[in-house]
Design a protein around this ligand. Structure first.
Ligand code: DAH
Length: 339
């Protein structure tokens, strides 16, 4: 017991605390009800009668010493805290820069929200794909140029495994698993083997939409397109459909909107035509439905696909595509208030 008291005394003599919290922890360690000194006090009743006087004396001294020592240290802390009333202890150490959404994320969300208001739900698929989902199921002929090594990134020279070149592959993934009605919107990143310069990149982003049901016609497609264009670019926006070709749609079209910079009068941005192209679309080719196990005599549908970078350029006039992937804070900061 005497040894224990002596070693505790040495310990208490040497205690140091860097702040009030540490000091409080020390107070609890030694002086609280279950603290080390209190425990010794409790054990005191087991001390032999002839030693009680001596032990009791130095035990009381230890307790008093510890109390004084802790009070002394405590006063020290209180003094430093009140020394300068101007210190705001709740302030952060330095100004914190808040992040902001990337412009492509802002526009992607806007596109998805517009289609969501028409009842479309989001579907996603893998970026590393196979030939079936990206090309074959979508009616691409064996010798179609899009399969060419110059366009498609193949993985480890295996022509079966590749990076998807468009989000149309998600159409197939959903149709294989689900019978109509199907009403999906598929945002995602796509890859093409292109030289990087201000107008092209080896990866970019698309949004695909697909609607399959009984008696879906071109009228439904056109109505959805008009609604989308007006919601996205303003109620005065006009649309124009030009015949086109895609392997997976028949008939196919490309959609232009009236130039949102000059309102259709003609300017350098729309090359003085008054129109700018924004997406591809068409009625899903019956071969595609059959490839995915959907009866093309009962069901029909439309599909459309657009590049998110292109829509973002139209909204924000970003002249160099590379800005989207360089993470230059000065560029990204300009979109802080957009959403
Ligand atoms: N997949 C096409 C592309 O990457 C875009 C597209 C065109 C998607 C027409 C469609 C569509 O769904 O119907 O260029």
């Amino acid at each position: 017991m005497l040894d224990k008291i002596k070693s505790l005394r040495r310990e208490v003599e040497n205690i140091k605390a860097a702040n009030a919290d540490e000091l409080e922890a020390l107070r609890i360690k030694y002086l609280s009800k279950k603290g080390e000194i209190s425990t010794l006090m409790n054990d005191f009743r087991n001390v032999a009668a002839e030693q009680k006087r001596e032990v009791g004396k130095i035990l009381n001294e230890l307790k008093e010493y510890a109390q004084n020592k802790i009070n002394e240290l405590k006063e020290g802390f209180e003094n430093t805290q009140t020394a300068d009333d101007n210190i705001d202890l709740t302030r952060t150490a330095y100004p914190v820069d808040l992040g902001s959404r990337h412009p492509l994320s802002i526009v992607k969300k806007e596109i998805c929200d517009i289609f969501a208001s028409l009842g479309f739900t989001i579907a996603e698929g893998p970026e590393i794909e196979d030939d079936w989902h990206v090309f074959t199921s979508l009616n691409f002929a064996e010798d179609h140029p899009a399969r060419d090594m110059q366009d498609t990134f193949f993985i480890r020279h295996n022509p079966e495994v590749l990076l998807r070149t468009h989000t149309s592959s998600v159409q197939t993934r959903v149709m294989e698993k689900q019978q109509p009605p199907i009403r999906i919107i598929c945002p995602g990143r796509v890859y093409r083997n292109e030289a990087i310069y201000y107008r092209a990149h080896c990866f970019f982003h698309q949004v695909e939409a697909l609607y399959i049901n009984k008696e879906v016609s071109f009228v439904d497609l056109k109505q959805a397109l008009l609604y989308f264009a007006k919601e996205m670019f303003g109620q005065d926006t006009k649309i124009r459909l030009r015949p086109s070709y895609f392997p997976f749609t028949e008939p196919s079209a490309e959609m232009d909107i009236s130039c949102n910079l000059c309102g259709g009068k003609g300017c350098p941005f729309c090359k003085h035509t008054g129109w700018v192209e924004i997406l591809g679309c068409g009625m899903v080719d019956p071969n595609v439905l059959e490839n995915c196990g959907i009866d093309s005599k009962v069901y029909s549908g439309y599909a459309l696909g657009m590049g998110i970078e292109r829509i973002t350029n139209l909204k924000y006039q970003v002249k160099d595509l590379r800005m989207f992937s360089e993470n230059d804070i000065r560029f990204l900061k300009q979109f802080e208030s957009a959403y």
